[in-house]
Design a protein around this ligand. Structure first.
Ligand code: ADP
Ligand code: RBF
Ligand code: MG
Length: 388
C-alpha cells in the first residue's frame, strides 16, 4: 500500500492548529454561546457555529454581535464571554485521533509547533488539561506574539523560524479556511480537516482534504507512517451506544440489499458531534437474540446526501424477521475508512461488501474478539443506557 502512494513532498516538521483541529472547542463554544445568547432571548443555531469557525476571538465576537443584532459592543461581548469560556477549558476534549497523532510524531522525533489564533496564555491553559501535550511541542505560538493572526501567514512563518526549518518543509494541519489560507500564504503544505465535513468543497486551496485525523497518512509527506493499523482497521477507544431500533430512510434493504438497524440519534448528539463520520465496526447485542459482528456507517451517507448524521449498523447475520423496537447495543471498536460518494449504486454496494469482509476478519482477531464478552452487550434493556 504505502509504496504505491505518490509522495507529495518531503516534509520534516508539522505545524498544528489547536481549536477545532486538536481540541473539540466547537463543542464548548456552542454551550457557552447558547447560554449567553439565551440571556438576550436570541436563538442559537448551527448557522452561528459555522460563522465563527476559524475566526480569531475578536472576529468571532464581531460576527456574533452583527449576526444576532446584540445590543452591545464587540468589546463588551468579549469581556463577558471570556470568563465563561475559561470556565469550560477543563471540559474540552481532544478530537478523535489528536492524542494519537501527537504521540506518534513526538515518538518519532518529528518536531511539532502549535500555532493558534488564540493568545499564548489561553493556548497554554487549554493544553494544560491534556496530559503529555505541552512537552510534545517544540514551539508554541499565539496570535499575541505576531502582528496579525491567520489568514496572515505571520504565525506560521514565525513557527518555522523557531523550528529552524524552511516553510516549504513544514506540513500544516488545519480545520479552518482562514488557517488553510495562512498556511498556503506561508508557502507550506497544508492538510485540511474541516470541522464541518459538508463544507469540504470549499477547501480547494489545501493540498489535501481529509475527513478526520484518523485519515492522515504521514507517509504521503515523507513522514513516518502510523503503525497501529491492523488488517486495514484502526483500533479505537471502545465506544458504547444503545437504544431501540428505529425506522430509517427505508432504503437499506430495498435499494442496497443491506439492511441497517438504525439507532435513534436522540441522546447521542454529543457522541455524534464528537465522532468523525465514517465506517466503523464492532459488536452488536440484540436483547433477545444474542451478540453479532457488526459494520456500520456514521454520518450523512454522501451518496444519498442525508440532511442528518445517522447511525447505521449492519448486523452480519441473517435474521428471518425485522426487529424494530428491540433493544440494540453496540460496542464500536475500530475504524475502517471515511464515508465517500460513489459514481453508482453498484460501486457503493461493492465497497460496503468489502467493509463487511474487513470487519469480519478483524473481529476474529483476539484483540477485537475480547470485546464480544462485554456484559454491556448482553444486558436486555430498551434503555438508552451508556456504558457504566
Ligand atoms: P430502515 O431504513 O428503516 O432502517 P432498512 O431497509 O435499513 O430500513 O432495514 C433495517 C431493518 O431490517 C432493521 O431495523 C431490522 O429490523 C431489519 N434487519 C434484518 N436483518 C438485519 C441485519 N442483518 N442488520 C440490520 N438490520 C436488519
Ligand atoms: N453511504 C455512503 O453514501 N457512503 C459510504 O461510504 C457508505 N458506507 C457505508 C458502509 C457501511 C458498512 C454501511 C452499512 C453503510 C454505508 N453507507 C454509505 C450507507 C448506506 O448509504 C446506508 O446504509 C443507506 O443510506 C441506508 O439508509
Ligand atoms: Mg436502516
Amino acid at each position: 500500500m504505502a509504496t504505491t502512494m505518490p509522495l507529495r513532498k518531503l516534509i520534516s516538521c508539522v505545524v498544528l492548529d489547536l481549536d477545532g483541529t486538536l481540541l473539540n472547542t466547537d463543542g464548548i463554544a456552542g454551550e457557552v454561546l447558547k447560554a449567553y445568547l439565551g440571556k438576550y432571548g436570541k436563538p442559537w443555531d448551527g448557522r452561528v457555529a459555522q460563522r465563527i469557525v476559524g475566526k480569531t476571538p475578536i472576529e468571532a465576537a464581531a460576527a456574533i454581535v452583527e449576526d444576532c443584532e446584540l445590543p452591545c459592543t464587540v468589546d463588551e461581548l468579549m469581556s463577558e464571554l471570556d470568563p465563561m469560556f475559561s470556565d469550560q477549558w477543563c471540559n474540552i476534549k481532544p478530537l478523535p485521533g489528536a492524542s494519537r497523532l501527537i504521540k506518534h510524531f513526538n515518538g518519532h522525533g518529528v518536531p511539532m509547533a502549535l500555532a493558534s489564533n488564540s493568545p499564548r496564555a489561553s493556548i497554554e491553559a487549554k493544553i494544560s488539561y491534556q496530559p503529555g501535550w505541552k512537552e510534545s511541542f517544540s514551539v508554541i505560538i499565539g496570535s499575541d506574539e505576531v502582528k496579525m493572526g491567520k489568514p496572515s501567514p505571520e504565525l506560521f512563518l514565525e513557527a518555522a523560524k523557531r523550528l529552524n526549518r524552511e516553510p516549504s518543509s513544514c506540513l500544516v494541519i488545519e480545520d479552518s479556511l482562514t488557517g488553510v489560507a495562512a498556511g498556503k500564504a506561508a508557502g507550506m503544505e497544508v492538510v485540511a480537516v474541516p470541522s464541518f465535513p459538508k463544507q469540504s468543497h470549499l477547501y480547494m486551496s489545501a493540498d489535501e482534504v481529509i475527513n478526520s485525523l484518523f485519515d492522515l497518512r504521514p507517509e504521503k509527506w515523507g513522514l513516518p507512517p502510523f503503525q497501529d493499523w491492523v488488517q486495514g482497521t484502526l483500533p479505537i477507544e471502545p465506544c458504547y451506544i444503545g437504544g431501540p431500533v428505529v425506522k430509517g430512510f427505508g432504503r437499506g434493504s430495498k435499494e442496497l440489499g443491506i439492511p441497517t438497524a438504525n439507532l435513534s440519534t436522540e441522546g447521542y448528539s454529543n457522541m455524534l458531534s464528537e465522532y468523525p463520520s465514517g465506517v466503523y465496526f464492532g459488536w452488536a447485542g440484540l436483547s433477545t437474540r444474542g451478540v453479532f459482528k457488526m459494520v456500520m456507517s456514521i454520518g450523512w451517507n454522501p451518496y444519498f446526501n442525508n440532511p442528518e448524521k445517522t447511525i447505521e449498523p449492519w448486523l452480519l447475520h441473517d435474521f428471518d424477521e425485522d426487529f424494530y423496537g428491540e433493544g440494540l447495543r453496540l460496542t464500536i471498536v475500530g475504524y475502517i475508512r471515511p464515508e465517500t460518494n460513489f459514481p453508482s449504486l453498484e460501486s457503493l454496494i461493492a465497497k460496503i461488501q468489502e467493509d463487511r469482509r474487513i470487519a469480519e476478519a478483524a473481529l476474529d482477531l483476539p484483540f477485537f474478539t475480547r470485546y464480544k464478552k462485554d456484559p454491556y452487550l448482553s444486558i436486555s434493556s430498551l434503555n438508552n443506557e451508556h456504558h457504566p
